[in-house]
Design a protein around this ligand. Structure first.
Ligand code: AHR
Length: 499
């Protein structure tokens, strides 16, 4: 008989391409994500490249960062892009209850420079609620236009000869709430105006329409619960305009960010599993109205853990004494949650269009934290690093025979294949027990095996102990034609094989 701590795994059939866009990030002008996070300015004493701090850029280059959404979030519907080109205009920077002076020192040229430094695709979130159709069309022409016009001449005058050719455009953000409290029918009418005009300027753009998840909406009393249903009903005869429907999923039920109970631990992991369900639900609604005419994809363009200490709404424990800076402890549990969401993204490779972890630095589920000269990488950084070889590969189903713990599989996995190589990422979700793993039908040559684990699920990195949680080599061996390994409790690992 098999002891219950033994899991058997086998990679089976291919699913679809793991688009680099599934590994997108989100950089909002919020708290210290952009200003005093990524951006320190060219005159800073912190070593930087044209304003972008070097230590961070080099860490992000290694992760990697295939796509970035900017400048919001809620901030996007206050942002006027012309304030951030040429002579800069200081404005009230507004998002998520914060109001600060935004110098607009960081504007379109600077953001596009970051994208070039990181080799990332840009995803620009356009202002619907306080902007205009013309303003968004001009931004598109400014970034992507090739004709000789006043707008493209302005770009050239500001130092950029060739267009950047930005394909991904968001039309508003959370328009059911901070982005204007539209109802879905009115938003659909507005989206049509923006969509037609944007696609006139550049028919090759991909537009992301604002959607909402019914389950998340049902939890907030001021939101329309069947937004996607109503929006899709009103846009179904104009599907040429829409390429992606956005859904935001924040995990909020895991109790305190550190010092949480066992039940809290599993509750957060279970919530991370629901990210996939939100993608599938949104796609079902899309397809009900699209009826096979187009593959409109789901854009999970904000996801991640939002702990109660950094938000005043939703389940607690709240901490009113903390500054409203959205900075979280970023534990190993959070990193496992991202791994769980990525398993779902890989399984839904054919219906997911893109995803953006919220947010890249110093805000919510960041991959790095900075303070003056100092910086450290969070466990989430290492979790993403563990997934780098999946990017651009074909995801595959994995047959997993495992015990259950707290109503979920004890061990879960995702696999991909590319150019004769096989990548397998495993998560031992058990909070306190190790798991024995037996892998069948895998190639002969093990290229690498790396482990992300720590002394406790709420372990973090800090400025004083920046490498407490980092990737370690993992012992994997072959016996009786089967690869075998032991995963420590609350851990994640990636194994790479070649033919
Ligand atoms: O990521 C923080 C905020 O969460 C974003 O500004 C908004 O879109 C969402 O509500």
């Amino acid at each position: 008989t098999t002891p219950t701590n033994t899991t058997h795994l086998k990679i089976t059939t291919p699913i679809g391409l793991i688009s680099p866009r599934f590994y997108g990030h989100f950089a909002e002008h919020l708290a210290r994500c952009c200003y005093d996070g990524l951006w320190v300015g060219p005159s800073s004493s912190i070593p930087n490249t044209r304003g972008w701090r070097n230590d961070l850029v080099s860490a992000l280059q290694q992760m990697p960062v295939p796509m970035i959404r900017w400048p919001g979030g809620c901030y996007a519907d206050h942002y006027h892009w012309r304030d951030g080109i040429g002579q800069r205009t200081p404005r009230l920077g507004i998002s998520c209850g914060t109001r600060v002076t935004d110098t607009n020192e960081l504007g379109t040229h600077e953001f596009m420079d970051l994208c070039e430094l990181l080799q990332s695709e840009a995803y620009l979130a356009g202002n619907m609620a306080s902007g205009s159709v013309q303003e968004m069309c001009d931004w598109l022409e400014y970034t992507s236009g090739t004709a000789d016009t006043t707008v493209t001449r302005e770009r050239q005058k500001n130092g950029r000869k060739d267009p950047w050719d930005v394909k991904l455009w968001g039309v508003g953000n959370e328009s059911w709430d901070c982005g204007g409290r539209y109802d879905a029918k009115t938003y659909a009418a507005e989206f049509k105006r923006y969509g037609v005009m944007m696609k006139h300027v550049d028919p090759s753009v991909e537009l992301v329409a604002v959607g909402n998840d019914e389950v998340a909406a049902a939890r907030a009393d001021h939101m329309e619960t069947f937004w996607n249903e109503i929006f899709m009903e009103h846009i179904q005869d104009h599907i040429d305009l829409i390429d992606h429907l956005s859904v935001h999923t924040y995990w909020i039920d895991g109790g305190a960010e550190t010092g949480f109970s066992e039940e809290n631990y599993y509750t957060l992991l279970a919530e991370a599993d629901t990210t996939e369900e939100a993608i599938v639900r949104a796609k079902r609604t899309i397809d009900k109205y699209v009826r096979g005419r187009k593959n409109i994809k789901v854009a999970m363009d904000e996801y991640g853990v939002w702990h109660p200490e950094t938000r005043p709404w939703g389940p607690g424990p709240h901490d009113d004494s903390r500054p409203n800076n959205f900075e979280q402890a970023n534990t190993l549990r959070d990193a496992l949650s991202v791994g769980i969401a990525l398993e779902g993204f890989h399984r839904q490779a054919n219906i997911l269009g893109l995803a953006n972890l919220a947010q890249i630095v110093n805000v919510l589920q960041s991959v790095a934290m900075t303070e003056g000269e100092k910086m450290f990488l969070t466990p989430t950084y290492h979790a993403l690093k563990l997934h780098e070889h999946h990017i651009g590969a074909t995801s595959c189903h994995v047959e997993v025979q495992t015990d259950r713990v707290f109503k979920m599989p004890r061990v879960t996995a995702t696999a991909s294949q590319k150019d004769g190589n096989t990548n397998l990422t495993l998560i031992n979700r058990h909070i306190s027990e190790e798991s024995q793993i037996m892998l069948y039908d895998l190639p002969e040559t093990l290229l690498s095996a790396q482990l992300l684990s720590g002394p406790a699920p709420d372990a973090t990195n800090t400025y004083d102990q920046p490498e407490r949680i980092s990737l370690q080599p993992l012992d994997v061996y072959k016996e009786d034609n089967t690869w075998k390994l032991t995963l420590p409790p609350h851990s994640m690992a990636t194994l790479r094989f070649s033919r």
